[in-house]
Design a protein around this ligand. Sequence first.
Ligand SMILES: Cc1cc2nc3c(=O)[nH]c(=O)nc-3n(C[C@H](O)[C@H](O)[C@H](O)COP(=O)(O)OP(=O)(O)OC[C@H]3O[C@@H](n4cnc5c(N)ncnc54)[C@H](O)[C@@H]3O)c2cc1C
Length: 247
Amino acid sequence: MASRLQRVLDHIRSKVEDDDDLPVNLIEKSRKGFKFQNWAKVESCQPDRLFYPRCVQDVVDIVKLAADRKKKVKAFGAGHSPSDIACTDGYMLSLDQMNRVLFLDAETGVVQVEAGARLHEINTLMSKHGLAFPSLGSIAEQSIAGAISTGTHGTGMSHGIVARRIMEVEFVNGVGDVMVCSRDHQQDLFLSVCCGLGCIGIITKITIKMDKSFHLRAKEVPAQMTDLLADIPTLAESAEYVRFHWY
Ligand SMILES: Cc1cc2nc3c(=O)[nH]c(=O)nc-3n(C[C@H](O)[C@H](O)[C@H](O)COP(=O)(O)OP(=O)(O)OC[C@H]3O[C@@H](n4cnc5c(N)ncnc54)[C@H](O)[C@@H]3O)c2cc1C
């Protein structure tokens, strides 16, 4: 009994000491004891601490703290990646509280969002302004940062991956500097961040060029796999968007 009580007291003491050691502004935006599990529940990790920043300055403070303490840092969005790509035993950042739309011009289709915004949140707002992504994947649960970081794509030979619509990215690099890059400014860096697998920095803001919203007419037909495989290129060009499921 005494040893159990001692263990509880040690646990509380270690938590308090650890919290006391954190910068004051980060104590209420973090917690220990978090277990990350991806959507498919096939990968998990227990980071040293989970942070939920609310602004770019929070991200800067967290990255500097991590650099100081030699901790690895990884951000995650919806945790929908099927691998352990978002995992670390260091500091994990959830950008769920950084999900605001910062700028929207319905005329030009230029929209700026915080990196934690989910695609379905962006889609809902865009549809109210007559805007849409030209192509998306099968689901819209992903965060915009998570989606572009892994090259998430939909279908359509004339449409690129989701990241092709990104015009500018703001991120915090490994030493806590806020970087802004675009297709015209530091293009190599921009392209690296756009498919960076979470390794180039913590993405905080993303500027996107949307299309005008549009209607889709879907045509579904059953086919034999052998017939389908016989002429994939022709099939792929047969409509603006084409996909098939193999049962
Ligand atoms: C049911 C299902 C259907 C899917 N359909 C498709 C599809 O049709 N097409 C397709 O291409 N993919 C598809 N995917 C895959 C999915 O789009 C990608 O795995 C995507 O990366 C998930 O986004 P997320 O927000 O969950 O990112 P997470 O899985 O949380 O993270 C993915 C990567 O992004 C990094 N990251 C996240 N946020 C940030 C940030 N702020 N800064 C820096 N790095 C960051 C992470 O560190 C990690 O490396 C599907 C997945 C599922 C589960």
